[in-house]
Design a protein around this ligand. Structure first.
Ligand SMILES: NC(=O)c1ccc[n+]([C@@H]2O[C@H](COP(=O)([O-])OP(=O)(O)OC[C@H]3O[C@@H](n4cnc5c(N)ncnc54)[C@H](OP(=O)(O)O)[C@@H]3O)[C@@H](O)[C@H]2O)c1
Length: 444
């Protein structure tokens, strides 16, 4: 890996460019869509003005992630990339630092000669099945390409002043990030591990991209947390008093029903994983050991280890206890009144109008809608019923449709269009067909 092209110009793209730029052997290009998107245009203008990108951190421990650096190339948009590259050196690595629902259209925009030269493509924030879609999309152009999936982006990075989108701050780092490749014993995974090790981010290698994609707890918990009456109303209509994503009802959405939906969704995803010959995920162990720890006193360790085989009602009880025990940060120092840090006071992001007056949906729940729709469709392709996914998606769709119908004067972005992401699903369908044919051929 030496010539790295990053697709996307948001905070994730900037932090990744910073990490890769620390190894001076890398030639780093970045491509946005400045000709069609105001956000990308602002970024492009700012970069032209300052000729530098900057990453800072909130926490001194994450100092290794900071940097001020210059890109080798910033392409205003994909046409620009395609034209300029005719006479220049090509890229061996493409990093998709955009939302998973944009992967297909980003690849479509890149000229075939560039795609043909790629050795690997890295998906930073995929859903279950994203690597299948990408591999299938490139099947004819570049059948040997290596597709690498991260379980999730390595931390939390944001722009802190929208007037200066070339400067971002990383406010937190994930303790566990998994990476998996379509190539066995991929040297590229080791290279990534070393690169991220230098900035104190630990990447764990797993056997396949599917395993990495499945080890993202937001796939299991976001749909129930955001696609319920309480959260959808708050996101679309606002609320009279502040309410919070991770609080118990009525301060937040968490009820016994939500916890029930979370457990059933988790089981549906596990069933799909089993059909794909991937190990299921112990949700409670994942939450407690990999997301946020709780105090030792909270759980019986036996229940954590054996969570998957406990009766449904016991599982729901344990999930409810888990959310209750992190309402406050159980490791914070209480004040004189015995109050601990209010860990669960995470506000909902609401819909908003962008600079052009177009209504936009926040990442949660829009990205969850895409991710869950893809997993639901994979279930259908495998002949697995997913009544909970169906219910959550239907509820989401009903709220969006009702909001559009009652606000006809507003100008809505494409995110408000309800769709079943047919083109993406068709690629996954073809991928399954190919795998099936290959299996039959191998067995002959
Ligand atoms: N930031 C974090 O801390 C964080 C944490 C966990 C996960 N993630 C995930 O990582 C991904 C990127 O995050 P981010 O914060 O950098 O998001 P962002 O600021 O929205 O940046 C996304 C980038 O993708 C581009 N893009 C979106 N749709 C596109 C399309 N159809 N064609 C071409 N380009 C497209 C955007 O272009 P425009 O600027 O023109 O819209 C932007 O450059 C998201 O999926 C996010 O959920 C981020």
């Amino acid at each position: 890996m030496s010539n790295v092209l990053i697709a996307g110009t948001g905070p994730v793209a900037i932090q990744l460019a910073c990490i890769f730029s620390k190894d001076k052997r890398h030639h780093i290009g970045m491509v946005g869509r400045a000709n069609t998107s105001m956000k990308a245009h602002d970024f492009y203008q700012n970069y032209q003005q300052h000729n530098q990108l900057e990453v800072s951190v909130q926490n001194k421990e994450h100092q290794a992630l900071t940097g001020q650096f210059t890109l080798h190339q910033l392409y205003a948009d994909y046409n620009n990339l395609n034209q300029r590259l005719r006479s220049q050196q090509l890229y061996d690595t493409l990093i998709l630092a955009c939302q998973a629902d944009a992967y297909r259209s980003v690849i479509e925009r890149i000229a075939t000669p560039i795609l043909k030269q790629l050795e690997q493509i890295i998906l930073i924030s995929p859903t279950i099945g994203s690597h299948m879609m990408v591999q299938q999309q490139l099947n004819e152009i570049n059948p040997d390409i290596e597709v690498i999936s991260f379980s999730t982006y390595i931390g939390d990075t944001r722009v802190y002043d929208i007037e200066a989108p070339h400067q971002v701050v990383t406010t937190g780092i994930k303790h566990h990030v998994y990476i998996g490749s379509t190539k066995q014993d991929s040297p590229m995974l080791k290279t990534l591990q070393t690169l991220f090790d230098h900035v104190d981010v630990c990447l764990t290698i797993v056997a396949t991209p599917l395993l990495a994609e499945a080890r993202n707890s937001s796939l299991y918990v976001h749909p129930p947390l955001f696609m319920n009456e309480f959260s959808m109303r708050t996101i679309l209509d606002g609320s009279d008093v502040p309410v919070y994503v991770y609080k118990l009802f009525p301060e937040g959405p968490i009820t016994m029903r939500l916890i029930h939906e979370m457990r059933v969704l988790w089981q549906e995803i596990n069933l799909i994983l089993q059909h794909l010959k991937a190990p299921s995920l112990n949700l409670l162990a994942f939450m407690v050991k990999e997301n946020y720890p709780v105090r030792e006193e909270t759980f019986n360790p036996y229940d954590i280890v054996h969570f998957e085989s406990l009766p449904a009602i016991h599982q729901e009880y344990l999930l409810y206890v888990r959310y209750s025990s992190i309402l406050i940060d159980p490791f914070s120092k209480p004040d004189a009144q015995g109050r601990y840090f209010d860990f669960s006071a995470v506000p909902f992001q609401q819909i908003y109008q962008d600079k052009q007056g177009v209504m936009q949906l926040p990442r949660m729940p829009y990205e969850d809608y895409y991710r869950t729709s893809i997993i639901q469709q994979i279930g259908k392709l495998l002949g697995i019923e997913t009544p909970m996914m169906d219910r959550l998606l239907k509820r989401y769709s009903e709220h969006i449709s009702k909001f559009i119908a009652t606000n006809p004067e507003l100008n809505f972005s494409k995110q408000f269009q309800l769709q079943n992401f047919e083109k993406d699903v068709n690629l996954i369908k073809d991928y399954f067909k190919n795998c099936f044919t290959l299996n039959i051929e191998n067995k002959k």
